[in-house]
Write a protein that binds this ligand. Structure first.
Ligand code: NAD
Length: 243
């Protein structure tokens, strides 16, 4: 581990266009469950009911009950962890070029990160399905307590701005992420299983364009073999040591 951290420090010291690519494991230490692995969200909730666009269209109350009982209380309570603050510190030192995140919790921004590309949306922003008006999480929760599913003032049903299964990723975010992956000198995967596509295609784009690839994840990933450094450790521990 110490040897790998020393190697990581050397690479970071010679890089000035680092792209951090974060996944659910990055927020695990903020108390937000991952999707896969022990204690994960989908071991408690069926994703084809609670996070699928076709199910949402048929019966939105399932999602909104999940939001009320699980999403809202967890996200409301969650605070950025040492990993989030370490990335802000790398940005201050002029090392970090972009953060690409698969997370929908908005914790990078809460920590003070300025340039975050969100591939799967943000659960703190709630959208009207008809007039494109946005609501905060608190406003949606307030409406939810009065009617299920919650509705916009125009009468249409509200939907989180997160990407549900069966929905395409936002094209602008995807293009910006691919461009960042192409232009970086180090691609830093932190806390992602690298199995959800097209997000997981980003490390390959970076590697093809000769970036150094670093993976920090507790469990092995399918891309460990192509990485220059792999550290199977907690994200916040490695990042705190790094900065
Ligand atoms: P994932 O659940 O598939 O994988 C998470 C990975 O993180 C696992 O491989 C696990 O070994 C690792 N991990 C767990 N705790 C860790 C820690 N403390 N330090 C380092 N690694 C740790 O998540 P994913 O790869 O991000 O992709 C799946 C989807 O999960 C994405 O679409 C994302 O939108 C969604 N998601 C987001 C949140 C969030 O916003 N916080 C939470 C759950 C799921």
């Amino acid at each position: 581990m110490d040897e790998k951290i020393s190697k990581l420090k050397k690479i970071v010291s010679t890089s000035d266009k680092i792209v951090a690519f974060t996944g659910a494991g990055f927020s695990a230490e903020s108390g937000i469950s991952t999707f896969r692995g022990a204690g994960s969200l989908w071991s408690k909730y069926d994703s084809s009911i609670y996070a699928d666009i076709n199910y949402f269209i048929q019966e939105p109350s399932y999602y909104w009950n999940f939001f009320k009982d699980e999403r809202y209380p967890v996200i409301k309570k969650a605070k950025p962890n040492d990993g989030h603050y370490a990335l802000v510190e790398l940005e201050k030192r002029g090392k970090l070029y972009r953060v690409i995140t698969q997370n929908i919790d908005g914790l990078h921004q809460v920590a003070g990160q300025s340039d975050v590309i969100e591939l799967h949306g943000n659960t703190r922003k709630i959208l009207c399905t008809s007039c494109d008006k946005f609501y905060s999480m608190d406003e949606a929760y307030g409406r939810l307590k009065k009617e299920l599913p919650p509705r916009c003032s125009c009468g249409a049903i509200l939907k989180p701005s997160t990407v549900l299964f069966g929905e395409p990723l936002p094209q602008v975010a995807l293009d910006m992420a691919a461009l960042a992956a192409k232009n970086c000198d180090m691609f830093f995967v932190i806390g992602s299983s690298l199995v959800v596509y097209p997000a997981a295609s980003m490390p390959r784009i970076a590697k093809k364009n000769e970036a150094v690839l670093v993976i920090v994840n507790i469990d092995p990933t399918p891309m460990d073999d192509m990485a220059d450094i792999v550290i199977h450790e907690s994200a916040s521990k490695v990042l705190s040591e790094l900065v």
